[in-house]
Design a protein around this ligand. Structure first.
Ligand code: ADP
Ligand code: MG
Length: 398
């Protein structure tokens, strides 16, 4: 496997980096969790919708070893920060924000088993706060590494363990970090399969796999390099708005989730929502869920033209109905649809800023990048970054 060869090379470098911080150690283990793109199904995981993500070959590495000290030591290369803390200091209010992800994992694990102090080196090659789910990647790689070290439930190939770990990491993000996210990111980072996209029913936690062969085309990730903070963004507000819609609708209709409302019942459902803005939120939920099913069929049928059209419709609904795109993502969308080689484009992840995915022929990637870079820079003063996509498997020991 090409990607695992690269990781074996990385491993030596990572161990050297660990040793620079913590000194040499014979008892080291190395883990990797991917980031992800979501092909379609945005902002509907927390409303019981279906989503279609895939894990990418960028992610977060952890090198870990048991320690004889009385405290935990962790270093993040991305944050360039070494932090020591004892079990007693574990708190969702810990002043160094990124350490809360580790503390959330430790706190959960401590309710199940004894965790002993360790040294943890973290290094990621995903852009942070950009919609490629560095947070789920960090949570899953830490959970996997700490389960391994404490010998708790660790089973590399057990579906149920991966599923439970994803659910715990979602809970940590909800309760420890304060983001009311759905299960998509954690599920795909835990369970992804190489070269596959994952159709996930977020209400039932049911999965289907689909091999993704785009022929002459590829998904290119475009990073607007305009970061955003989800905690400060309107993410939690959207969740509250949809909770309110569900409350109103359940008084009138027999439904268990918003996204699951059949299209034929959308007009009726809209008539029960007294606030115009919330009608738009509902419209996005129901139409986006339908687009996921359509996109799945289009990938299976190798209908890239149809798929591209569905992706564009998704972005437009996120822009007009859900209002989570923002100026930079819309600029890139508008420039991209003017480019004749582009089949489809949409924001990926929570939005507000961050990344988009573009579906286009492999041999047009360079032209596209050159064309769009200049326009974007002139308009915003920001420079775009581009990443190719290879779909990889979920969290693992390397
Ligand atoms: P996204 O998941 O889209 O990248 P989030 O806002 O959900 O964005 O999560 C980003 C946060 O996760 C960062 O601000 C940081 O606190 C934490 N994080 C992710 N990767 C790392 C890392 N390698 N080192 C330290 N913190 C990280
Ligand atoms: Mg995140």
């Amino acid at each position: 496997m090409q990607s695992d060869l690269i990781q074996q090379k990385n491993k030596k470098k990572l161990i050297k980096n660990f040793e620079k911080v913590f000194g040499s150690n014979k008892n080291l283990s190395v883990f990797f969790a991917p980031g992800r793109i979501n092909i379609i199904g945005e902002h509907i995981d927390y409303c019981g919708g279906k989503v279609l993500p895939a894990a990418i070959d960028k992610g977060t590495f952890v090198v870990i070893s048991p320690s004889s000290k009385k405290y935990f030591s962790c270093f993040s290369k991305n944050e360039n920060d070494l932090v020591n803390f004892t079990s007693k200091e574990i708190s969702a209010k810990y002043p160094i924000f990124w350490v809360r992800y580790l503390m959330g994992v430790l706190q959960h694990l401590q309710t199940k088993t004894k965790t002993s102090p360790c040294n943890i080196y973290i290094e990621g090659n995903l852009p942070l706060e950009s919609g490629l789910s560095s947070s789920a990647s960090l949570l899953l790689v830490l959970s996997w590494a700490l389960q391994y070290l404490s010998d708790f439930r660790y089973n590399e190939n057990d579906f149920e363990n991966r599923k439970q770990t994803a659910l715990v990491c979602q809970k940590i993000e909800n309760q420890f970090i304060g983001l009311q996210c759905g299960i998509m990111d954690q599920a795909v980072v835990a369970l992804a399969k190489q070269n596959n996209v994952m159709l996930l029913d977020c209400e039932k936690f049911e999965l289907e796999w689909l091999e993704c062969n785009l022929g002459e085309d590829t998904f290119l990730i475009v990073n607007s390099n305009k970061p955003r903070s989800l905690i400060e963004s309107k993410y939690n507000q959207r969740k509250q708005e949809t909770d309110q819609c569900l409350l109103w609708l359940q008084r009138k209709m027999q439904i268990t989730s918003l996204a699951g409302i059949p299209t034929e019942q959308l007009e009726e459902a809209l008539s029960f929502i007294p606030v115009k803005t919330l009608q738009k939120r509902l419209k996005h939920q129901v139409t986006e869920n339908q687009r996921v099913k359509l996109a799945y069929q289009q990938i299976a049928a190798k209908d890239n033209i149809g798929l591209g059209k569905t992706l564009k419709e998704s972005h437009l609904s996120l822009r007009e109905n859900y209002e989570v795109t923002g100026k930079e993502l819309d600029l890139i969308f508008d420039y991209s649809i003017q480019n004749k080689s582009v089949k489809g484009v949409r924001m990926t992840g929570a939005g507000f800023a961050g990344c988009l995915i573009v579906l286009l022929p492999k041999n047009e990637v360079e032209n596209y990048q050159n064309q769009i870079q200049g326009k974007y820079q002139a308009a915003t003063g920001l420079k775009l970054s581009f990443y190719s996509t290879t779909f990889t498997q979920g969290v693992r020991k390397i």
